[in-house]
Structure formats: C-alpha cells, structure tokens
Design a protein around this ligand. Sequence first.
Ligand SMILES: Cc1ncc(COP(=O)(O)O)c(C=O)c1O
Length: 391
Amino acid sequence: MSAELADLLLARERRPIEPVRLPEPLPLAAVPTPALLVDRAAMERNLRRMAEHMQQAGCGLRPHAKMHKTPLIARRQLELGALGICCAKVSEAEMMRAAGIEQILITSPVASVDKMARVVALAATSAAVWVVVDDAGRARMLDEVARSAGIRLGVLVDLDPRMGRTGIALGEPALELVRVIAGCSHLQFIGLQQYAGHLMHLDDAAERARRARETAALGLETRSLIEVDGHEVAVFTGGGTGTFDVDSTIAGMTDIQAGSYVFMDEEYATIGQGNRARFDYFEVALFVLVTAISQPRSGAVTVDGGYKSFASDSVAPVAHGIEGLRYHFAGDEHGVLQLLGDAPQIELGDRIRMVTPHCDPTINLHDWMVVVEEDGLVHELWPVAARGCSW
Ligand SMILES: Cc1ncc(COP(=O)(O)O)c(C=O)c1O
C-alpha cells in the first residue's frame, strides 16, 4: 500500500474529531433513526467505576480504543488516569494520534513494510507509540524500517495464551524473540502483551476467574524467564472487561486493556460476574434507537434497524426496559420484533432503545454517537472518528 493510498483511505482531514454542539437540545423523538445512542451519565459512571477500581487494585488501565473508535472518549479515559490507550490497527492509531493522543499501543502485529513505515512515522511524533511483535523476521524488518527513519521504536512481545490468534508461544520461543529484539539497534524492548480473548465471555464467573489466573500465571512464568535472562520487562499488559476484576489483582500484570466496560453490550451483560448472575458492575450505556415502521402481520412489528445498524456476530439485540419483545434480524435495513405474551402494544412510529449485541462492531457501523444527557435531551453529537479504520 502506498503512502498516497493510505492517506486517501484515512481521509484524515475530512473526519471530524471534536463534538458537535447542537444549536438547540433535541428530544429523542426528533432524532433520525436508526441512531447510535450514548447515555452519557451511565458512560461516565462506568469510566469512573473502572478508574476507581484500578486505582484501588494498584493496577494500571490501558483501555482498548478499538471498542469506541472515538478520540473524545479516549481523551476522557486518559483524564481519568489511564496510562495510555490501545489500538487494534495502524489506521486507528493514526486517528487517535491526530486527535493529540500520545500514548498508544498497537495490539496487533504488523507484517508489511508499508504498515511498518506508518507505525514508525507515528512513533517519530511520539515516543510513546508502541507496537507488538510476535515474529523474529518481522522484528528485524521493523528494526530496519525504524533505522531508516532514524528512530528507536518501542515494542512489546505478543504472547499467545494458547488462543491461536496472534502471539508467539510461551516460554523459550518468546525468550528467543526478546533476545532478537535486544540485538536490534532501533527497537527497544518494553515488555509483554498477553490477551486471553477466549476467556472473556465464559458464562461461569468462577470458571472464568480460574482460567484467567491460570493463563496469567503461564505468561508470568515467561516473564520471569525473560527477566532471568537479563531483560527488563517494564510492561505486562492484557486482560479485558470479562476478567478485569481478576487480572487487576495479579501481581506482575502492570495494566489491563479493557474496552467494552465503557458501554457494555448484551453479550457481556448476560454473563455472570463475581457471585451475580448478570454482569452489571458496569451499566449498559449504548443503544441503537429504532422506530417501528410496519406491521405486515399481527404478533410482530418491523423496525428500521437490521444488519447495517447492529453487529450480527453474536446474540440478537434486546429491547431495553420492555418485556415481551424478541428481535430477529430481517435483512440489511430491518428487524422484526416478535410480540410475546406480555408485550405492550407497539404503534407504528414508536421508538425503542435496543441494547447492542456486541458493542465494538456495532459502533463501527455508525458515523455519529447521539449523546443523551440526564435531561433526556441530545445536546451533542460525537463523531466516531476512527470508524472504518480497519487496516
Ligand atoms: C488485544 C485486545 N485487548 C483488549 C481487548 C478488550 O476486550 P473487552 O472489550 O472485552 O474489554 C480486546 C478486544 O477484543 C483485544 O483484542
């Protein structure tokens, strides 16, 4: 990919970053649907709750911005004490950097010289832009790219917690990679990343906690091996919303990469947490507002949000605070709400707040967050500036 093509794809200068204040506050009835709604007060409570938890636990927070893709929210996370943010992709990191954010960890390895050049160009503007590596050959390529740019790039070794997505095998292979990095004049070894995504949504909280501890212990053994070999491991980062309470108590983990806690979603809300049947330590603060637009048959009503408004990789969206409605996808632009026995009457034109199935890919479908304040009115729109930044 040429630099020109990348710049064209990113279209940075045409993407708004700052909030847009409405001239007059808008009632929800006047918001065009489907709309991605943020309950600002609930979001703020989630942000503070996590910040306070981490402070009490004595662990750092490096929230994953892949979830919200919104620099405004990343800035708020930093204001509340986050060490930095994570980005999944180079283009996402570029948008966050364009918004003035300096501490960025790119949590996926990069394998081509063009992307390495973009990472290095970002790191030239902030020494706190880091990237993970999981392969010795790519580490040497990255070293070469950093050398030509005349900078020293901070890298973390990505460990595979036997999940099979990215990362190098634990133990000796990881140590060998650290040695290669230590021998690269333009790379600086910062530490380790181990993200156990396969554990995040395990239903049984006790089982999830047990496996999170076991997995962390394996990563920390590798950490010791590396330290005994004489390398300083300043950062050991990983974990997510599903295991934040466990990971944050593990000695040796420096920070947690949770993302979804800001908004939550149906996938997370329905798993157990601690001794509770539902995961409600964080509130659902994100919805898609839809409108009932048609009723071709009794017992169901069609709403104006389908695959283009909701992620469809997991569970179905759920009506918020209304019993007796069951959502079914009915195409790109439509969903059908089946009206069960205890369902209230739904009239055409009625608006329904739906809890999103999976927040990250749902947000990526929308250009704007419609921000609802405690007075029930919309005062601001927030641009999802890194929406579509998937390369
Ligand atoms: C590398 C990495 N870290 C952290 C997270 C955050 O996870 P969650 O949204 O479950 O908190 C993700 C999410 O997929 C991830 O891929």
